[in-house]
Design a protein around this ligand. Structure first.
Ligand SMILES: [Zn+2]
Length: 168
């Protein structure tokens, strides 16, 4: 386990596992049901890599509770398998454009506002490793937005940042 993966693992270790499929994926459709059923048997640490790989593009299907609990699995898998699509999709999911943030502040507040300061720092560590190892070629400023949304230095979010006030 790399030091970044350890930071991620430890930061999210206090998150309660969602109790049922609807808490993982609030939307009811076959695709969301399949994702929930594939993840629910496992703790975030125990999901087989091939399941994460099969769902690389599905972070947006996770509800706030499901994302809070299972995001660290996707981040760790992405760092350990940087050639998989999981890396690209994790980066994109965590770096919404300002226009998206402004258009749906509650959506992002519900999703990202759940992360405590240690979890935000872990996400910043994820991006620091992505930059350091040059794992991701930004096409549309994703890494610049990551630096703004998930700063290395922990400081309160300004209201203008578009999602929840940082809990310190
Ligand atoms: Zn669905």
């Amino acid at each position: 386990m790399s030091s970044t993966v350890k930071i991620i693992d430890s930061a999210f270790s206090n998150v309660a596992k969602p109790a049922n499929a609807r808490s993982v994926t609030p939307h009811e459709c076959p695709e969301c049901d399949e994702l929930a059923m594939d993840l629910l048997p496992y703790s975030f640490r125990g999901i087989p890599g091939e399941r994460l790989d099969a769902h690389f593009g599905d972070l947006a299907l996770l509800g706030p509770e499901g994302l809070h609990y299972y995001l660290p699995a996707f981040l760790a898998y992405a760092l350990e398998n940087p050639d998989s699509c999981a890396l690209e999709f994790a980066v994109i999911h965590l770096t919404p454009r300002k226009g998206s943030l402004d258009a749906r502040p509650e959506y992002f507040s519900n999703r990202f506002g759940r992360f405590d300061s240690a979890q935000r720092a872990a996400i910043a560590a994820f991006f620091a490793e992505v930059r350091h190892r040059q794992l991701y070629v930004a096409h549309e400023g994703e890494l610049d937005r990551a630096a703004e949304l998930w700063p290395d230095a922990v400081q309160p979010f300004a209201a203008a940042d578009g999602f929840a006030e940082r809990r310190v």
